[in-house]
Ligand binder design. Structure first.
Ligand SMILES: NC(=O)c1ccc[n+]([C@@H]2O[C@H](COP(=O)([O-])OP(=O)(O)OC[C@H]3O[C@@H](n4cnc5c(N)ncnc54)[C@H](OP(=O)(O)O)[C@@H]3O)[C@@H](O)[C@H]2O)c1
Length: 220
């Protein structure tokens, strides 16, 4: 068993999620950031790859005090569990995802050194599975076993691709900001899927100055 998994990503009109140096670009508008905050508040876990931690240093917490309070009223912690997919345990000890505002799980593989694991364990839970890369299916099963039912994946490009490739994604939510970036990582970076993965469009709407589109994946 695994949780319901959805990817939320902000992309330019040409499908890029940052620039060619993998530097973060402001793609979302205020209305979209409020939408993202609500999605976070309604999730049990927020997952990112180590590439995103190293380039963006995201906090991955719910920003709105009202939404944090809504979670507490439901008997939940103010913030969802933060999950970093990080084979070699490279998450910097001063990364914002390791602060005390929310709980964090770092998923590593057998490549991670005992020293790094021990250092991370002082600030987070550490899950070890996979020979080189993190075993994503095992990670999802583990998350389910600890009560996580809804996982929001917030990138980046390589993690999105790997999760889709493994059949571990149920839904993709893309906010298209009204910009064109040119070269840069895409919504899903990796080898071409042969054949391409078919999606079912379930929602399109205007949000602020951009377009929101939601697709479902079906693996049967
Ligand atoms: N616009 C948006 O919505 C948005 C959101 C998030 C990020 N971004 C952008 O995306 C870029 C980062 O994306 P990225 O592709 O460089 O990094 P990423 O997807 O965040 O992280 C990828 C890394 O995760 C690790 N990993 C561990 N196990 C894995 C597995 N089984 N499959 C795949 N990866 C695994 C790998 O590094 P190790 O082998 O070292 O563990 C891999 O290189 C940044 O430029 C950031 O600004 C944009």
């Amino acid at each position: 068993m695994r949780p319901y998994v959805f990817i939320n990503v902000a992309a330019s009109v040409d499908g890029k999620i940052s620039d060619e140096k993998r530097r973060q670009i402001r793609i979302s508008c205020k209305e979209d950031m409020e939408r993202v905050d609500l999605l976070r508040a309604n999730s049990d876990a927020i997952m990112v790859g180590i590439g995103t931690v190293l380039s963006d240093n995201p906090h991955l917490t719910v920003k709105s005090p009202a939404l944090r309070e809504m979670r507490v009223q439901r008997g939940l912690s103010p913030n969802p569990l933060r999950v970093v997919v990080d084979s070699r345990a490279r998450t910097p000890l001063n990364a914002k995802v390791l602060d005390s505002e929310a709980e964090t799980l770092i998923a590593v593989s057998e490549l991670a050194s005992e020293d790094r694991i021990a250092a991370l364990r002082k600030k987070a839970r550490v899950f070890v599975e996979g020979k080189e890369k993190v075993d994503l299916a095992a990670l999802m099963e583990y998350l389910y076993s600890i009560g996580i039912r809804r996982v929001m994946v917030e990138g980046g490009a390589r993690l999105n691709h790997a999760l889709i490739a493994k059949g571990l994604v149920d839904e993709i939510v893309v906010y298209y900001g009204s910009i064109i970036i040119g070269n840069g990582p895409t919504i899903a970076d990796g080898p071409s899927f042969q054949p391409p993965i078919p999606l079912k469009l379930v929602e399109v709407s205007r949000v602020g100055s951009g377009v929101l589109a939601v697709w479902k994946l079906s693996y049967d």
